[in-house]
Design a binder for this molecule. Structure first.
Ligand SMILES: [Zn+2]
Length: 180
């Protein structure tokens, strides 16, 4: 796709990153809000900065590998510098409407903020708020298992991580979201 030093716009790079899906859900890393920044550096390299959903996420190295590979496929043998911004705070607010829609289809609910600022979780299948947490342990460290009392389906919650809680997260002690 052209010479290695040909200018690349942020939009061109983002369009390619939209093809990279999170290994744990069929949602692009762009729609999940993992991409903080991307662009072309003065030396022609592609730079991508990613926000981790949680400290020490086991999928991180794999996501970086997918990003670098996908960009090299799209733009040739250009240098790619991809790094994780450990100090940056990700929250479920960064997930795009399209990302939320895809996650719902996959049976994963994302907490939404009410008009009064409270976090609410609704069933991804029937939209009921009549839900309760079954287990803080889902299929990955950022998920919890919930149960909908309206349609009687279990579903997963994409957890909301607040700054400062991430370091405690692996001890599984912190309840990030509880039933009202
Ligand atoms: Zn339901």
């Amino acid at each position: 796709m052209g010479a290695h030093n040909e200018p690349l716009s942020r939009e061109q790079i983002l369009a390619v990153l939209r093809d990279v899906e999170d290994p744990e859900a069929p949602v692009s890393i762009v729609d999940l809000g993992l991409v903080a920044n991307c662009g072309m550096a003065t030396d022609g390299a592609i730079e991508v900065e990613l926000i981790p959903t949680r400290a020490g996420c086991p999928a991180r190295e794999f996501i970086r590998f997918l990003v670098e590979k996908r960009l090299k496929v799209a733009f040739g043998e250009r240098q790619v510098r991809c790094r994780w911004l450990d100090a940056a705070a990700w929250s479920t607010e960064r997930i795009s409407p399209e990302g939320r829609r895809r996650l719902r289809e996959y049976g994963i609910a994302v907490p939404e903020l009410d008009s009064d600022g409270r976090r609410r979780l609704r069933c991804p299948y029937c939209d009921s708020a009549n839900v309760r947490q079954e287990s803080p342990f889902g299929t990955s460290v950022c998920r919890a298992i919930w149960y909908c009392d309206s349609c009687r389906n279990p579903f997963e919650e994409m957890r909301w991580l607040e700054e400062g809680l991430a370091s405690h997260f692996h001890q599984q002690e912190v309840r990030l979201w509880t039933n009202p």
